[in-house]
Design a protein around this ligand. Structure first.
Ligand code: C2O
Ligand code: CU
Ligand code: CU
Length: 498
């Protein structure tokens, strides 16, 4: 049975505070003050706010054969006008951030060419898709500066869902994503039960500029608790406006592509129905939600029935979320977007199907694995941070195998967070199912079956997931706070042919 370690809370505070206190005064000169100041970033001027929500242009399919998807993505370094009269150096996919929307169909064969025109190595990782390990863009397969490679894989039936793509080079994922490399990917099914509900895509990223209006480097606090004080953008725009006819029913696909922001989503004047998670639709809608916590890297599909009153304004917000005992995080209430209803008569309500797509339980597990998340001083730390986070007591080593499984084996994984802050835990190569959450000895079963590839493990809690890998090879598993991932909170699962 699972064992929950109940360690002394003050010990964590000590470890984290010691790390940050000394980080802020340079290397161990011991003169740190007791308060823990946030390093403030004076942003010269904000992006234009309040424009219409942009749509993200799709990547064109160069193949005439509809069973194939062929395209080129170029990663480039270009300056972008984020702030008036200043050229900010950014990294872009095909000249844009977010990069182009990749729309695929179940059963398609995909062939995407990456041209790396950056002055550093990169990869493209197809977050959440079950592609073969050698096509997964993991850190073992870097694409050198100036080089080109082709990623090629099949989109299996049953994978319809909401994914995204981002670079995953060793030690540089956080900085490349922060400079703009991230984009949405949607897999569609021929028999989507919600196909006739108008869809709105909201790809949320964060940007933090330094005093010279350049993308800020991570500071010691960022390296410790995740990137702080990012301004949240939706489809690349700041506080955009989304207009809808009163009473319309819409399907919102929301992506958390930020480095570390936990988005407790709420929409003024509305409840919503949850219909899909990372790996696609639920068995049935979950109605009447006021909030949905979208952890870093997660995606969600919500059905919003727009308020029937004309001329309304409703903010989509991320509500305050405490990720750590020290309250170092700045996950205060933040606005994301404003929903505006037109001056028009309400459109009639649309009924939702009562069932969506069946989800079968993965089945009876034949093995159980344990993953402990711990924190420690002084190992594998960056830029002045003194605290590092470990998986099963170790820092990441690309040449080591941490856990072993075999193709097709159904396993329970107990992920136990012994640290002072929450970690969004991600496994490559598969979608898994949450079984239960545990606080102390109290176990709460998952309220519904859902396909996810990232699960939030709050501080001092444990989660049990059911997982299975279908292809042999090495898979990464890690915390998806990008600073933690680059700061050694990553490990390798060896999937052996059975
Ligand atoms: Cu988005 Cu290794 O993951
Ligand atoms: Cu991934
Ligand atoms: Cu973490």
């Amino acid at each position: 049975m699972m064992r929950m370690q109940c360690l002394d809370r003050r010990r964590f505070l000590g470890v984290v505070a010691a790390g940050i206190g000394s980080a802020l005064v340079g290397c161990g000169d011991g003169s740190g003050s007791q308060d823990l100041p946030r390093i403030s970033t004076a942003t010269p001027q904000l992006f234009p706010e309040g424009q219409s929500l942009r749509s993200i242009a799709p990547l064109r399919n160069d193949s005439e054969d509809p069973s194939r998807f062929e395209a080129t993505l170029a990663a480039t370094q270009e300056s972008a006008p984020l702030v008036p009269d200043v050229a900010t150096s950014t990294f872009l996919y095909n000249g844009r951030s977010p990069g182009p929307l990749i729309e695929l169909r179940e059963g398609q064969h995909v062939r995407i060419r990456l041209e790396n025109r950056l002055a550093q190595e990169t990869t493209i990782h197809w977050h959440g898709l079950p592609v073969p390990p050698d096509q997964d863009g993991n850190p073992m397969d870097p694409v050198a500066a100036g080089a080109t490679r082709i990623y090629e894989f099949d989109i299996e039936p049953g994978t319809a869902g909401t994914y995204w793509y981002h670079p995953h080079p060793h030690d540089a994922t956080a900085s490349q994503v922060a400079r703009g490399l991230a984009a949405p990917l949607i897999v569609r099914a021929a028999d989507d039960p919600l196909a006739d509900v108008p869809e709105v895509l909201m790809f949320i990223t964060g940007v933090k500029l330094d005093a010279a209006a350049q993308i800020a480097a991570d500071d010691p606090i960022d390296w410790t608790v995740g990137r702080q004080q990012e301004k949240l953008l939706v489809n690349g725009g700041r506080l955009p406006v989304h207009s809808a006819a009163p009473g319309t029913t819409e399907r919102w696909r929301i992506f958390n592509a930020t480095a570390s922001s936990h988005l407790k989503l709420s929409l003024e004047g509305h409840t919503f129905a949850l219909v899909g998670t990372d790996g696609g639709l639920l068995g049935a809608p979950v109605e009447g939600l006021n909030e949905f916590l979208l952890a870093p890297a997660q995606r969600v599909e919500l059905i919003v029935r727009v308020n029937a009153a004309p001329n309304g304004r409703y903010r989509l917000r991320a509500l305050r979320f405490e990720t750590d005992f020290l309250n170092l995080g700045t996950y205060q209430d933040q606005d994301l977007l404003t929903l505006v209803t037109a001056n028009a008569l309400p459109v009639p309500t649309r009924a939702l199907p009562s069932t969506l797509r069946p989800i079968a339980d993965l089945g009876t597990p034949s093995a159980r694995q344990r993953v402990d998340l711990d924190e420690v001083n002084g190992l594998c730390t960056r830029t002045g941070a003194k605290t590092a986070f470990l998986i099963n007591g170790r820092i990441f080593d690309m040449n080591r195998v941490d856990l072993v499984t075999s193709v097709g084996r159904i396993e329970l994984w107990d992920v136990v967070n012994n640290t002072a802050m929450a970690h969004p835990f991600h496994i490559h190569g598969t979608q898994f199912q949450l079984v239960s959450r545990q606080i102390g000895t109290e176990v709460t079963p998952a309220p519904y079956l859902a396909w996810i590839d990232t699960v939030l493990v709050p501080s001092q809690q444990a989660v049990t997931i059911k997982t299975r890998q279908t292809l042999p090879g090495k898979r990464m598993f890690h915390c998806h706070i990008l600073e933690h991932e680059d700061n050694c909170m990553m490990a390798i699962l060896d999937v052996q042919a059975s």
